[in-house]
Design a protein around this ligand. Structure first.
Ligand code: NAG
Ligand code: NAG
Ligand code: NAG
Ligand code: NAG
Ligand code: NAG
Ligand code: NAG
Ligand code: NAG
Ligand code: NAG
Ligand code: NAG
Ligand code: NAG
Ligand code: NAG
Ligand code: NAG
Length: 591
């Protein structure tokens, strides 16, 4: 412990002597399934972005992507590398090829000293975009000032491999953006909901055999921690602590509508970025998915009899929450849901028009079970609220199906979902103490793969804040997190592309505790901060690669204060223990 503390001090001092910085930069890791066993043997490579994002708010990097010349390839991997030092928050970044968002990421936070990371993502599903010149827009809105001195130095490299696949690769033949389509104005095409217009009119080809929609959605600002928000009618439960709670409930549903009719929904994964709740938790091991926010895929093949009629159709993305004051309990949400989508299309080469039956939709309404409870105390002849407890549970089922006729005959197309959600919160001490136990579970069935996909996101979170009276004094937070991401089934987009060929399972858990202090000039934490985190990560799947594909992968990581103290990787699955509810609020262990 003593040694680690003094090392940390050396790191902070090192920022003063720039030549020392590189040697002592801290790697901030996000565990992931490696896209391949080795990155050796690339047919060719090129750097596509090299840019320092300093004062880049609303000023994205704009350039061009050009396919490599004289290079045969099947697989494309992007390698994103970022360095930063100084004082800075974590920032969200969106990468567009034309009007299509191909990667949403968030940065690590520098800790006063220099940090770096790199992350590799298989981009083969975007093959149709990668073989033509594209406007490339990388929007990393950063604030750079005397106080926020951290710039992000970004390098994006493309690696191309001439891999053999088990069966022919079949990336989508066209990709149609559901975005503001603003690349011609050199700006990000992200839609901001619920304030913006989430609707795009698209005329699709008439001979589609398969189509899916992928949606990327993240809450920002007062919606970043949507899962800790409260029903709006309880916003003023603790008037002595105004502005601390955010509303619209902790339930969020991201909807896809085709011509105004529901085609599928996502009950999002509760993301915790590297500054999330307590930045100490995620340094140097970043939160699940923070460098590569995962899209939600919906099979829209049942809609083909309609979509192949040669007319334009409206694709709309909406984000809704729970509102007990509205009949049906579905209401709006706070601003700054940043959303894009894309329609991925595979053509039927042997037919001119796909036809089919009427589309049958069985859309269950979301049923809610909501129990709020405020307890009070008597003090100074007045009644005051002492705690606010509530539980909110939700459930929904939907099935959309049709029979479609393509050149290979008639087939049934079905998309069905079954979702459950439970969120229990208890807040005391004017909501400075907050505990959360949440779990989202879901099942999707698509008739393309015929494989049932299930997912489960348990999140247990406790935070206790002490907010200083004056700016000169330090505020602090004690935070505990125990959460997992568990999925089994199929990634439809990768399965249809052929980079994955069968069912897969991923199970990862992070269990962490951190005590963190800050004031108005110190946002990156103090030398007195302590943290510990353990992460288990285990994957088994079926790679489409003939050789060098990842079929199994395991990683165990441990951090102590600002250091990775254990990092063991293997090409096999590992045991991942389940999350456990956090200890009761009383008798909370201290770091
Ligand atoms: C958009 O960016 C490109 C590439 O940097 C540049 O050539 C072009 O002039 C810009 N167009 C506008 C309208 O700013
Ligand atoms: C591409 O390869 C062809 C044939 O080998 C050669 O003639 C041409 O110069 C190459 N082009 C570039 C830009 O290297
Ligand atoms: C990714 O880029 C970084 C920085 O340039 C480099 O250190 C790393 O080796 C690259 N990774 C791969 C797989 O090429
Ligand atoms: C950004 O990183 C590159 C190395 O990838 C380095 O050469 C360059 O000097 C850095 N720029 C700044 C402004 O730090
Ligand atoms: C949103 O966009 C769609 C498609 O372009 C258009 O039909 C609709 O009128 C727009 N709605 C609003 C409120 O602007
Ligand atoms: C107690 O909480 C309720 C529900 O939010 C609120 O309406 C009421 O004003 C609060 N009472 C006090 C004394 O703060
Ligand atoms: C709520 O909506 C349902 C279904 O539309 C309707 O039957 C019911 O009367 C409504 N209730 C109220 C209180 O408006
Ligand atoms: C598709 O349309 C073309 C041009 O009208 C026609 O020649 C061809 O026979 C059609 N193919 C099929 C499979 O109907
Ligand atoms: C409480 O109310 C009583 C009766 O009105 C009064 O005598 C007493 O001073 C009050 N106490 C406080 C602490 O205000
Ligand atoms: C589609 O499903 C229905 C109901 O399960 C079945 O009766 C029908 O035979 C199926 N059609 C095809 C073409 O598979
Ligand atoms: C909420 O937390 C307080 C403080 O620990 C505790 O007394 C109370 O019983 C909790 N409420 C519920 C419903 O668990
Ligand atoms: C924040 O704390 C540091 C270290 O205690 C101090 O140097 C700085 O002045 C404080 N900031 C403000 C705004 O008082």
């Amino acid at each position: 412990m003593q040694v680690l503390k003094s090392l940390k001090r050396v790191l902070v001092l090192a920022t003063v002597f720039s030549e020392v910085v590189y040697a002592s930069a801290l790697e901030v890791i996000q565990a992931q399934v490696p896209p391949r066993k080795s990155f050796d043997g690339a047919s060719c490579k090129q750097t596509i972005v090299k840019h320092v994002f300093a004062n880049s708010y609303g000023a994205p990097y704009v350039g061009f992507y050009n396919p490599p010349i004289n290079c045969s390839f099947t697989t494309t991997i992007f390698n994103l590398s970022v360095t930063s030092s100084g004082r800075q928050y974590d920032r969200l970044a969106l990468l567009f090829l034309g009007d299509v968002e191909v990667w949403r990421t968030s940065t690590a936070m520098p800790g006063g000293y220099e940090i770096f990371y790199s992350y590799q993502k298989d981009m083969t599903v975007f093959d149709t975009l990668l073989r033509k010149e594209q406007k490339l827009i990388f929007d990393l809105s950063n604030v750079f000032s005397e106080l926020y001195t951290g710039a992000f130095n970004v390098t994006l490299e493309a690696l191309y491999y001439n891999d053999m696949y088990k069966s022919a690769l079949s990336p989508p033949s066209s990709i149609f953006p559901i975005s503001t389509k603003a690349s011609s104005q050199n700006t990000s095409s992200v839609m901001s909901l619920p304030d913006g217009n989430g609707t795009v009119s698209i005329k699709l080809p008439r001979n589609i055999k398969t189509a899916t929609v992928s949606i990327l959605a993240s809450g920002n600002g007062q919606e970043e921690f949507w899962f800790t928000n409260v029903p709006s009618e309880y916003l003023y439960t603790f008037p002595e602590n105004p502005g601390w709670l955010f509303g619209y409930s902790p339930f969020r549903e991201v909807q896809l509508l085709i011509d105004g009719k529901l085609a599928g929904v996502s009950w999002p994964f509760p993301l915790l970025f590297t500054g999330g709740v307590d930045p100490g938790l995620w340094r140097p091991i970043a939160g699940i998915d923070s460098y590569d926010l995962q899209p939600f895929d919906i099979d829209i093949s049942p809609w083909l009899p309609l979509l192949c009629d040669g007319q334009a159709h409206n694709f709309q993305i909406k984000v809704v929450g729970f509102d007990s004051s509205i009949n049906g309990s579905i209401g709006t949400v706070g601003s700054n849901w940043w959303v894009t989508g894309a329609v991925y299309v595979w053509l039927d080469e042997h037919s001119n028009v796909t036809t089919g039956s009427k589309i049958l939709s069985k859309i269950g309404h979301t049923s809610f079970n909501y129990r709020p409870f405020v307890s009070t105390v008597e003090a100074n002849n007045a009644t005051k609220n002492s705690s606010f407890y509530f539980s909110l549970a939700a459930h929904r089922q939907l099935t959309i199906s049709s029979t479609i006729r393509t050149s290979s005959g008639l087939r049934n197309a079905t998309w069905s979902q079954n979702l459950s959600f439970s969120n229990i919160q208890n807040m005391t001490d004017l909501a400075f103490n907050q505990s959360l136990a949440m779990v989202t579970t879901g099942t999707n069935y698509d008739s393309i793969s015929g494989i049932q996909t299930t997912y489960k996101y348990p999140l247990n979170l406790y935070s206790s804040y002490i907010i200083a009276e004056t700016k000169a004094t330090l505020s602090s937070v004690l935070a505990l997190v125990d959460r997992s991401l568990i999925t089994t089934g199929v990634n439809i987009l990768l399965y249809l592309t052929g980079t994955r060929t069968g069912p897969e399972s991923l199970r990862t858990r992070q269990s962490a505790i951190s005590q963190y202090s800050w004031n108005a000039t110190i946002v990156e934490g103090m030398l007195t901060d302590t943290s510990s985190l353990e992460q288990w990560f285990s994957y088994a799947g079926h790679s489409g690669l003939k050789a060098g594909g990842v079929e199994q992968f395991g990683r165990y990581l441990k951090e102590s204060d600002d250091f990775t103290t254990e990092d063991n990787e293997c090409w096999s699955v590992i045991e991942v223990p389940g999350t456990i509810p956090l200890p009761p609020v009383d008798g909370m262990p201290h770091v």
